[in-house]
Design a protein. Structure first.
Length: 152
């Protein structure tokens, strides 16, 4: 009976640790559902724009890479869209955006904001998706399709 008492607590701890490790890695399983995510950015400022793109990079890395992402869209509206106007766009921000777009991220620009700030399609980054219905409507539509909504 004393042998049982001496190794049983260690056995329980080992089982708990194995369960925790399996749970932590569950998002990396080959048959796991791929993620569909929509990010919102409406706060003005270069630091905020860089922060959100950094969050997106971290998100993709955290789920094991783009092979585990079905769809990821950044919807930009309000004062935040000014940070993405070509000609005045920060070089590092532009590079990060282009890299993410090249990997599979969609950059959505609110059509209402474009009208309000007189931003033309030509002033937007390459491969931008103009959202004539508006950014908030696009977010609503994606949520209705089961996308996870994030607003860092």
């Amino acid at each position: 009976m004393s042998v049982w008492r001496s190794w049983f607590p260690g056995f329980v701890v080992a089982i708990v640790l194995m369960t925790m490790v399996a749970a932590d890695a569950s998002h990396l399983k080959e048959n796991a559902r791929k993620h569909r995510v929509v990010y919102q950015l409406d706060d003005a400022g270069l630091d905020k724009a860089k922060f959100v793109l950094g969050n997106i990079r971290d998100d993709v890395a955290g789920v094991g890479g783009w092979q585990n992402v079905e769809s990821l869209e950044l919807v930009v509206f309000g004062p935040a869209l000014k940070s993405f106007v070509q000609g005045s766009m920060d070089a590092a921000l532009k590079q990060t955006l282009e890299t993410l777009q090249g990997q599979g991220m969609t950059f959505g620009a609110c059509g209402n904001t474009m009208k309000n700030f007189s931003i033309t399609t030509e002033q937007l980054p390459a491969k931008s998706l103009v959202l004539p219905q508006g950014g908030v409507v696009r977010i609503m539509e994606l949520q209705e399709l089961g996308y996870i909504y994030l607003r860092p």
